[in-house]
Design a protein. Sequence first.
Length: 73
Amino acid sequence: MTVSSVQTAPRALAIPDLSAASAALTLTATVLVASLAYYFLGYDQGAVSVFGSDTHVHEFVHDARHFLGFPCH
Ligand SMILES: [Zn+2]
């Protein structure tokens, strides 16, 4: 068995847009999403819940909260 030497045309690499405005928008969106995830995983419960005294979000992320070491009850 021999190694074939099939030549393929070079592929163009996708170069991301690295402008300052694009980077700022990406970082802002990342911080916003991470902050929301951090709040809902770590602090949203009971009386201080965004949705009033409803604990649906708390119960939904309850196992993740304990897995990550956030105090709960
Ligand atoms: Zn708990």
